[in-house]
Each structure stands twice: as C-alpha cells, then as structure tokens.
Design a protein around this ligand. Sequence first.
Ligand SMILES: C[S@@+](CC[C@H](N)C(=O)[O-])C[C@H]1O[C@@H](n2cnc3c(N)ncnc32)[C@H](O)[C@@H]1O
Length: 231
Amino acid sequence: MLARDWFYSQRSRIGLDTVVASIYDQKDDSDLRARGALTMLGVKPGWRVADIGCGNGVMATEAALMGAEVDAIDISPAMLALAEVYARDRRAPIRTQSAGLLSFAYQPHSYDLIVSEFTLHHLPDFWKAVAMARIFAALKPGASFYLRDIVFVSMPDGSERDVIGWADCNIKNHDFERDSVVTHMRDEYSTFGWVMERMLTEVGFTLVSADYHAPLHGTYLLKKPKPGEQA
Ligand SMILES: C[S@@+](CC[C@H](N)C(=O)[O-])C[C@H]1O[C@@H](n2cnc3c(N)ncnc32)[C@H](O)[C@@H]1O
C-alpha cells in the first residue's frame, strides 16, 4: 500500500484558522506571558527552538529576541503571514515553515526546545500520538517539550459540567463568541488530561509537570531522557 491517502488531512483546519487569524492578532500581554514561559524554560542564545502551531508568532518572536534560532511552523499560510509581519516589526529573525505537526521537516535530535500552544487539539488522538512521537524524535536528548492545550480535566462523566464551566468562563471573561466554543466542542479534538499524559509518556517523554489550573486547560513540561536515564 504505497499511497498515503489514509493520512490525516491537516489542511482541513486552514479555513477555520484563517477566519480567527484577526482574533489572534489582538492579544495584548501575550508577549510578556511568552517571555515568562521562555525564561522559565531556560532559553539561551544559540538554542534551536521550534514553535509548532505558532499562530501570529508571538512566542517565536520572543524566543528569537532572546537569541534563539527559531523555526516558526504553522499549517495556515494566513497565520504564518501574520507571524512574519509581527516578527519583522520587532526585528526578530524567525524562520517560517508552512507545515503541520504531522509534516514539519526536522533533523533528528536537533532542537533544544519545542513549544506548541493550543494546536494539538486539531488532531484526533491517534494523530496526536504520531505528532508527539515526531516531536520526541526532533528533540536533543535532555531537551524539553512545552505543551499547552485545551483538555478535559474531569473523568468522562463530569465532562458536561466542565464544558459548560469552560464555555461560561471564556464567553464572560475572554470575549469568546459562543460559536467558537461550540465549534471547538463539535469539530475539534480536545481530549482528557490523563489521555494526554499517557500518550506523552508512551512515546518516551518524562512528565516533569502537568498543570490543570483553569477549566479545560493543560500545561505540560516534558523532557526527552538522555541515554541511560529512565523515562
Ligand atoms: C488556536 S491557534 C494557537 C496559536 C498560538 N500557538 C497561540 O497560542 O496563540 C492554533 C494554531 O494551530 C495551527 N494549526 C492547526 N492545525 C495544525 C497542524 N496540524 N499543525 C500545525 N499547526 C496547526 C493553526 O493554523 C493556528 O495557527
């Protein structure tokens, strides 16, 4: 079976994200938050960093301003165009790659850090694990993967209550349209925190921390073990 016609079509997400590109262009303190996260992750000049699902490029730009060599990767050309403008305006040298979690080009063991924020939920679970395995292969031994996404923190029988809490919180506090909340639930692939943790450790990562501090919100810090270290 040579044809890869069974492969997941990542580009089916492009239309939706083009529509929301303007929303992501308006975040205000996202540069400060990104800088804080990158500082916590210990980014140093010369580090090779990839941001997969980089959106409007805030995180990628901040990493480049800290002296890292940055690959800003996104499946949506509209998002990458925003990222290029954002980085250029701040004189941050980022390298963009129009590709997805399942198709980005990489040299094995080459990155010091990979970040991916609010992107993995675009893939069904099988493909999430495939993407995680690719990220694992792309990292140097001892390097980190910083992952944030919308995940369910309850057990399945509590999910309806969680979804309603999350929807109310986003509509009231973050000016989300009801439609975007509905679309997320109906058409995207957020999964349970415990499924995420199991997939991440199954592909070989050491789970350094998993933080579920807001409804349907998971932040994970993973390490690729060095040879001889236990996962
Ligand atoms: C919700 S936005 C998050 C953007 C940015 N990381 C942030 O936190 O502001 C999701 C991004 O993932 C991109 N995306 C969707 N599916 C993808 C895939 N399979 N591979 C890489 N990027 C993808 C979208 O184009 C969009 O830019």
